[in-house]
Ligand binder design. Structure first.
Ligand code: H79
Length: 593
């Protein structure tokens, strides 16, 4: 196994052919992920024992020999499979695309592959091609059909990556795997199922840049309009993906998609009842749209071909919300502001600005920083309910202020959308604004990144940078810093807190000494597992708040704050599959003391 390239999260270079192909995908915003394969039969249990972790990783977790795993195919007979029902479920949820596992890491083709008899038609008593049936049903409903294809990990082919228990790593010839399996199967998928929206490649762990490049070209030569997911690796995808289930903390630049589970696994697992409440799912859909990310939400059908009832129920509830509010999600562009708001989120469509409230707003609601004239404000769900708006400018700082009187506000659970009609596309104050709740959130993507290093030092070590997913990367130098200009409207004393994050399953790389310099003061603290912050973002990637002390702003105005690390605590083992070992900074929060 080779060291892992964190390029899975890098924003891809713009390919000229990406732009047109991305149009439908950008508008769609919401898609259905389907994980279905041989492991679905075992439902997360092997020989009477529940296997911890992801159900579809069972073969790897238990190091099940191919000779024992492959015969599962003889049990695959999903009597209740109904492609029309699956496609209709996506439509009912308000989705516009479906991504189904054509081949996952276990190497079993879920379609009729001539290239490999280890497939759902030739190796099972069932003998049907579910992708053919799904293609037909998707076409009828104008859903874009996309295929998940594990191009790197394959635990069945002797030359595929990561099966070390059956096959000798030293004898593997990855090129033979590409030649015998990947290219022929991609050809089948791209020539026998009509127009394909995208090939969703995953886990780019061992393939070289040249190999990834050839795979991309192979897809584009067969179907130029077919998208290639960010996990083709080496920044060669048409768009980017953060890690599985990662929720970014601020607006992202470029094209992104977040893939997420409804419980804690992708493939069907009988014992996993950790279903996320539907309110979380809808809030997440809004949150991601406001940050410029698609939401690819997963279901794991069982061995009978049935989507678990809790998933169906949630998708129908999401669909009910989308039927009323879809205009504020599909076809929108992200919030004009980078940070989140405590009250909710925003999306934009031309001259419309949608305010998504996560609860009931205060009767006298105020927004800071919108420069564009607002013509009207009304409930999206009930356009006859209009609200009075007033716009002014804060005399001390020049900050544009918008006041809305929410008399007659009616809530739609769990998110209520208010549509603002503007005189032009929204223009906003670029600097971070203090919010009406008096908080100030300095997010990574809004920071200036700099270094005090000399030229030679910079050449020696890679520069720290803001990762596309909103977390810092390579923060391994004490000379590197982040800096923000921000507007304080209310003088006073504020508590500063640095928020860092870390990836699940991995040790926490805390213990860095950070220095916050602002308003003539320097605050120092060691980051530690002090306060685990609540919220949607913390489930898989805990957010750690390190209180750093107090800052005093004597008067309203523009301030500059710099964040630097004085002592780094990067241990050898901190560099892992999920982390570059440095400090993963997310945001710095200021709140009235
Ligand atoms: O298809 C779904 C997952 O199976 C796939 N991506 C989504 C869309 C995925 N591939 N890799 N991963 C997820 C990361 C897997 C990490 C782990 Fe492990 C597998 C943790 C435990 C088992 C690898 C082996 C890392 C630690 C041990």
């Amino acid at each position: 196994m080779r060291a892992v390239d964190v390029s899975a999260v890098k924003t891809p270079s713009r390919n000229p052919d990406s732009e047109k192909a991305l149009q439908w995908w950008r508008k769609a915003r919401f898609g259905l992920f389907i994980h279905w394969s041989l492991s679905s039969i075992k439902a997360g249990e092997w020989k009477g024992e529940v296997v911890p972790g992801l159900a579809e990783w069972m073969m790897f977790q238990k190091k099940i020999p191919v000779a024992e795993f492959a015969p599962l195919a003889q049990e695959f007979n999903p009597r209740k499979f109904d492609a029309a029902a699956w496609a209709q479920l996506a439509v009912d949820a308000g989705m516009r695309y479906v991504v189904i596992t054509a081949k996952h890491h276990e190497g079993f083709a879920m379609y009729h592959s001539k290239a490999d008899p280890y497939n759902v038609v030739d190796a099972t008593p069932w003998g049907r091609d579910p992708l053919k049936e799904l293609a037909k049903e998707c076409r009828k409903r104008r859903l874009k059909l996309c295929f998940y294809y594990s191009q790197d990990l394959d635990w069945h082919h002797p030359d595929g990556a990561w099966n070390t228990w059956d096959y000798d790593e030293a004898k593997k010839k990855p090129e033979r795997y590409l030649r015998e399996k990947v290219f022929p199967q991609l050809r089948e998928l791209l020539t026998q199922y009509g127009s394909i929206g995208m090939i969703w490649f995953d886990t780019p762990l061992t393939l070289s840049r040249a190999q990834s490049r050839r795979i991309r070209k192979f897809v584009k030569d067969l179907q130029p309009q077919c998208l290639v997911s960010g996990r083709i690796g080496h920044g060669l995808g048409d768009y980017s993906l953060p890690r599985d289930n990662f929720l970014p903390g601020a607006r992202l630049e470029g094209d992104w998609e977040t893939c997420a589970t409804m419980n804690d696994t992708w493939g069907y697992k009988r014992t996993d009842h950790a279903w996320k409440p539907v309110d979380n799912l809808i809030t997440t859909l809004v949150d991601l749209a406001s940050k410029g990310s698609n939401y690819l939400l997963n279901v794991g059908p069982d061995a009978d071909g049935v989507v678990p009832a809790p998933s169906v129920k949630r998708l129908h509830q999401m669909g009910a919300w989308m039927a009323v509010n879809g205009e504020a999600i599909r076809g929108t562009t992200p919030s004009p502001f980078k940070p989140e708001f405590s009250w909710g989120r925003m999306t934009t469509k031309g001259r419309s600005l949608f305010l998504h409230f996560f609860g009931r707003p205060e009767r006298r609601f105020r927004l800071h920083g919108l420069k564009t004239k607002v013509r009207s404000a009304a409930l999206l769900a009930a356009p006859e309910v209009k609200f009075a708006v007033t716009q002014s400018v804060d005399p001390a700082t020049g900050t544009p202020l918008l006041d809305i009187d929410f008399k007659g506000f009616k809530s739609t659970r769990p998110v209520t959308v208010v549509k603002l009609q503007l005189a032009a596309a929204p223009e906003v104050e670029e600097r971070t604004m203090q919010q009406p709740d008096d908080s100030i959130t300095l997010v990574g993507p809004q920071a200036q990144v700099g270094t005090d290093r000399s030229e030679s030092g910079a050449a020696a070590k890679p520069a720290m940078r803001m990762g596309g997913n909103g977390l810092t990367e390579n923060w391994a130098n004490t000379e590197d810093w982040l800096e923000w200009d921000f507007v304080v409207l209310k003088p006073g004393t504020y508590d500063a807190m640095v928020v860092t994050t870390h990836q699940h399953l991995e040790p926490w790389s805390g213990g860095h000494t950070v220095v916050v310099s602002c308003a003539g003061k320097q605050l120092r603290r060691r980051t530690k597992q002090a306060v685990a912050l609540p919220g949607l973002r913390s489930k898989y990637y805990p957010q750690w708040g390190t209180p750093c002390g107090k800052l005093r702003f004597a008067e309203a105005g523009v301030y500059t704050l710099r964040l630097q690390i004085e002592r780094l605590n990067v241990k050898a083992g901190d560099k892992t599959l999920f982390s570059d070992g440095g400090m993963q900074f997310s945001e710095l929060r200021l709140a009235p003391a």
